[in-house]
Design a protein around this ligand. Structure first.
Ligand SMILES: *Cc1c(COP(=O)(O)O)cnc(C)c1O
Length: 431
């Protein structure tokens, strides 16, 4: 597998370079130079495949000889360690539960696979790779957990003091080993700025091999394709067109779905579900793309005003607006509607939606008003216990906190406190 940049189609670099670099030097995004179709033979045996086998087969075709088969098998066995079950919420809608991983969000899939793949690519390097991540909450936890104890890689996570939830902070600060946390006395933007400055610091980069692990890395998109296949495999009624609805922020998840469809998975249509940050639905409506400052909402992992994977979506449709809107419908909803639907689904069905999944459920229901003969699959991106402060007042009772999260409460926090001070950060990195 070789990759080009969305800003330079003539570029062609191998997967290991794209993964270890993250971003092309021209500020585009890496895309596979070919998205091959799966053979009919794949679909013949599909019904009986395990999740890991699906992942292996998809990778085998997509990655070609970039990773030898035995190593690929191991990477998949170490990263795809929990399932993505479908829950039938109503006769027309299934919920694809992507929250059974260590940090209870779909980001575990991307982060774990990326960690194992990077670990594989650095295995024979003498130098240690340092990964810098600024986080406003969720990404840092998934990355920390994914890279925990990966040989040859150290992870440094910067988070804004007092601005992540208590349990999110625990996810970042209690692992130890190769995972270090810096508690920055500032905002998320300050954290991001410190990381950016480090990448621009030539002197630092001569001494330290650094890269990032944010969602634009192609290694995070690849494993996000697997669960679209897993979902389709579990669909009871394959006669109705399958419409996948994706609660979206940076649109990595939806982009991975488009790639799965390109490989031949029979997805009839996509629904892009957003909160008030409705840049992509507006683009689909009007043909004009206008990024905006992000608006805070209760589905805050989707508070993105400039979706980073939009360039990849455009690329997949050859920059053709008409083609994109044939494939994707966009919906946006308010916090008020989100709360209402959490309450309604809980009282009618006893199922607790997290705020992000709730946005998705609203969107598929809107879509199905006009397209009744479809079967919806809503990607459930997080477990409701990650958003207790939103969910509990709405449903009027306690949400059960799974063991992965509950056990963190007693673990001691370890973080280095720091001001917004690049020289101090640099000294820390070179310590
Ligand atoms: C990151 C995240 C999203 C948004 O996913 P994108 O791939 O950025 O569109 C949605 N829900 C939750 C819970 C998330 O953590």
């Amino acid at each position: 597998m070789n990759l080009y940049s969305t800003n330079d189609p003539s570029l062609s670099i191998p997967l290991d370079q794209a993964v270890l670099q993250g971003l092309p030097p021209d500020n585009g995004l890496y895309m596979p130079d070919e998205i091959p179709s799966l053979s009919p033979v794949f679909f013949e045996g599909f019904g009986r495949m395990s999740f890991q086998e699906i992942a292996f087969r998809v990778c085998e075709v997509l990655l070609g000889d970039s990773v030898p088969k035995t190593d690929l098998t191991q990477i998949i066995h170490e990263s795809i360690t929990f399932d993505a079950p479908l829950y039938s919420l109503d006769p027309q809608v299934d919920i694809l539960e992507l929250f059974h991983g260590p940090t209870l969000a779909f980001k575990d899939f991307g982060a774990r696979f990326m960690a194992k793949l990077m670990g594989y690519f650095v295995r024979e390097k003498s130098e240690k790779l340092t990964i810098l991540v600024a986080t406003s909450g969720d990404t840092g936890g998934a990355v920390a957990s994914g890279f925990f104890q990966t040989p040859g890689i150290e992870v440094i996570i910067l988070y804004p003091s007092g601005k992540v939830s208590h349990l999110q902070e625990k996810q970042l600060t209690t692992l130890g080993h190769n995972i270090a946390a810096i508690e920055v006395n500032g905002t998320f933007d300050d954290c991001q700025q410190l990381v950016k400055q480090a990448f621009l610091d030539e002197e630092l980069r001569k001494k330290l091999w650094i890269t990032s692990a944010n969602s634009i890395n192609i290694a995070r998109l690849i494993p996000q394709m697997f669960y679209y296949f897993r979902a389709y495999q579990q669909l009871q009624n394959k006669n109705q067109p399958a419409v996948f609805c994706v609660p979206s922020g940076n649109f990595g998840n939806l982009t991975a779905g488009l790639m799965a469809q390109r490989m031949g998975l029979p997805i009839a249509h996509f629904v892009a579900a957003t909160n008030a940050n409705n840049i992509v639905p507006q683009y689909l409506e009007s043909g004009t793309y206008s990024p905006q400052p992000s608006i805070p909402t209760i589905s805050n992992a989707m508070d993105v005003g400039k979706p980073s994977n939009f360039a990849r979506m455009l690329d997949l449709f050859g920059n053709d607006w008409a083609k994109m809107r044939q494939a994707i419908s966009g919906y946006s909803c308010s916090d008020q509607q989100t709360r209402e639907v959490i309450n309604q689904v809980f009282s009618e069905k006893g199922y607790v939606l997290d705020p992000h999944t709730a946005v998705g459920y609203l969107a598929i229901k809107e879509y199905q008003k006009k397209h009744p003969n479809t079967h919806g699959v809503v990607l459930s991106t997080a477990h409701p216990s990650k958003f207790l402060d939103v969910v509990e007042p709405v449903i009027g009772q306690a949400v059960e906190v799974p063991e992965q999260l509950a056990s963190l409460a007693d673990k001691p926090k370890e973080a280095t406190a720091m001001g917004v001070d690049y020289q101090a950060f640099k000294a820390y990195l070179l310590r």
